[in-house]
Write a protein that binds this ligand. Structure first.
Ligand SMILES: Cc1cc2nc3c(=O)[nH]c(=O)nc-3n(C[C@H](O)[C@H](O)[C@H](O)COP(=O)(O)O)c2cc1C
Ligand code: SF4
Length: 474
């Protein structure tokens, strides 16, 4: 079993740099992290009419903790409040919110129905109030909402029962979801009615005061899978034009119904063949995988190839979309690409590479896109594995123009106000630094609400923690 030095063991900046050299990584990092108004991370940015007050962004993260009819609970509200006190000035979507019931990834995912409007609007107000209480100014705080249909990974009614509405057949993934015939595939007519649902949901989000919506195209969910639908017949498959019709029609609908909204996409900018656990426990590509069905990969399905993602950004730009949040792969079948971690989730595999390589891969691919699309506001992801060295890399990434904003996922579950500490020049609270234990991913895979059980005192004390520990032992 390969072992990699833990980040916590890299005690000095020189140790960190030496490890990067051993791995032959060119990852940008600065030894001294600035604070105050001159810090690169403290600079504001304009996107259309919006002013974003600094260069930290909170990535969308759901907690599998809504009600069965798609409303937030106390746990959801607590998470959004924590996003508000983080100090970040951009909220990329809060969490995935389904535009209709059959698109929910789990029976507890939020759903933007007419019935749930006031509760989902209240999440935004709560976040803004928490931000105002701690930081005063909210004019430069931008809050969007992530809209989704889970497609192949939909489980709207029972946690254990996949009810896939996939974009096309996939020999490596179909067996995992019991897809044996075309009844699990969305028809063109279903897609057309879904486009209407995205537009209706966007108009609702605008009415609630959200400043932008993210038309989600990542992580193997429907929008993302459509991009690789080369074998899909009909209007939404085959050519690049057909595979992007879904986005174009949603954008046209939103422009007509809610012209005040800014529009963004969270995009898996590359992916590899689906992985599985090998006999040794380490991840390996599924032999049944077909590289043609992987968006943003080379012809073997094992490396980054950005030509189609670049075409996709050209399309976004031609549609007047200014916001892009980059991510990679899928938490279901390529978690090592998507959220590099030392400890895999229960249904995952031991990392097939030092997770630092995964961090570097996302930063490098994002930088390539930023270079080609300087006018777009580009948010990067996957920084949490850097742990104690996150601020050093974040500052270099912004100073060098490799991205416009540093998106934070798991780190803000364990350490909600890390951005504020960095910007105020406070010493990092090492006890709160996420060590990528993956419990926040393992818990929902076991049907339990998600949260940072190892480090967040609130989740540490919940009865679900004992349940999770017992299930992990099994
Ligand atoms: C518990 C959990 C929930 C997540 N939920 C979402 C989601 O709703 N939408 C989304 O686009 N990404 C989601 N993600 C992915 C994160 O936004 C992010 O891309 C990923 O964690 C990598 O960033 P990090 O290294 O900062 O954690 C989730 C991640 C975690 C750990
Ligand atoms: S459970 Fe906590 S420490 Fe573990 S990966 Fe999630 S946020 Fe990080």
């Amino acid at each position: 079993m390969p072992t990699y030095p833990r980040i916590a063991s890299l005690k000095t900046f020189d140790d960190f740099q030496a490890r990067l050299r051993e791995l032959d990584l060119q990852l940008a990092a600065e030894e001294v992290v600035d604070s105050g108004d001159t810090s690169p991370l403290a600079q504001s940015a304009k996107v259309g009419e919006l002013t974003i007050g600094n260069r930290f962004c909170i990535l969308p993260m759901e907690g599998w903790d809504g009600t069965r009819d798609g409303k937030p609970t106390e746990l959801t509200r607590r998470r959004w409040k924590n996003f508000g006190i983080s100090g970040a000035k951009l909220m990329w979507g809060g969490e995935a919110v389904a535009v209709r019931h059959d698109g929910r990834a789990n029976p507890n995912q939020l759903c933007l129905t007419e019935n749930n409007l006031s509760e989902i609007g209240a999440l935004r107000e709560l976040l803004i109030a928490a931000h105002a209480e701690r930081f005063g100014d909210t004019d430069d705080l931008v809050v969007g909402l992530q809209l989704t249909h889970s497609g192949r990974f939909a489980r709207p009614n029972e946690k254990t029962k996949p009810e896939p509405r996939a974009a096309q057949r996939n020999p490596a993934l179909d067996p995992r979801l019991n897809i044996t015939d075309d009844s699990g595939i969305m028809t063109d007519d279903e897609l057309k009615s879904l486009i209407d649902d995205f537009v209706i949901a966007s108009a609702r989000a605008a009415k609630l005061g959200y400043q932008f919506v993210d038309v989600k195209h990542c992580h193997g969910y429907l929008g993302h899978e459509l991009l690789s639908g080369v074998d899909r017949p009909g209007e939404f498959g085959g050519s690049f034009e057909n595979r992007t019709r879904f986005l174009r029609q949603i954008v046209a609908g939103i422009r007509a119904e809610a012209p005040e909204l800014e529009l963004g996409v969270r995009l898996s900018i590359f992916d590899f063949l689906p992985y599985r656990k090998s006999e040794s426990g380490i991840g390996e590509p599924e032999p049944a995988g077909d590289p043609r069905l992987v968006f943003g990969s080379n012809s073997r399905g094992d490396g980054v190839e950005l030509s189609e993602p670049i075409q996709f950004l050209e399309l976004m730009q031609s549609l007047g979309m200014k916001l892009i949040c980059t991510t990679a792969g899928s938490p279901y079948y390529t978690p090592h690409l998507q959220r590099p971690a030392f400890f895999p989730p229960s249904d995952g595999y031991q990392p097939p590479e030092d997770p630092l390589i995964g961090v570097d891969r996302q930063i490098a691919a994002t930088a390539e896109l930023k270079k080609r699309f300087p006018e777009m506001f580009v948010v990067g992801s996957g920084y949490t594995y850097l742990q104690d060295w996150l601020p050093n890399v974040a500052q270099a990434v912004i100073r060098d123009g490799l991205a416009d904003s540093i998106g934070l996922g798991r780190m803000v579950l364990s350490y909600p106000d890390l951005p504020a500490d960095v910007l105020e020049g406070n010493q990092l609270a090492r006890k709160k630094v996420c060590r990528t234990f993956s419990d926040c991913t393992t818990a929902p895979r076991k049907g339990i609400i998600s949260g940072c059980y190892p480090l967040d005192p609130y989740y540490k004390n919940l009865p679900e923690r004992k349940e999770l520990l017992a299930l992990k032992k099994e």
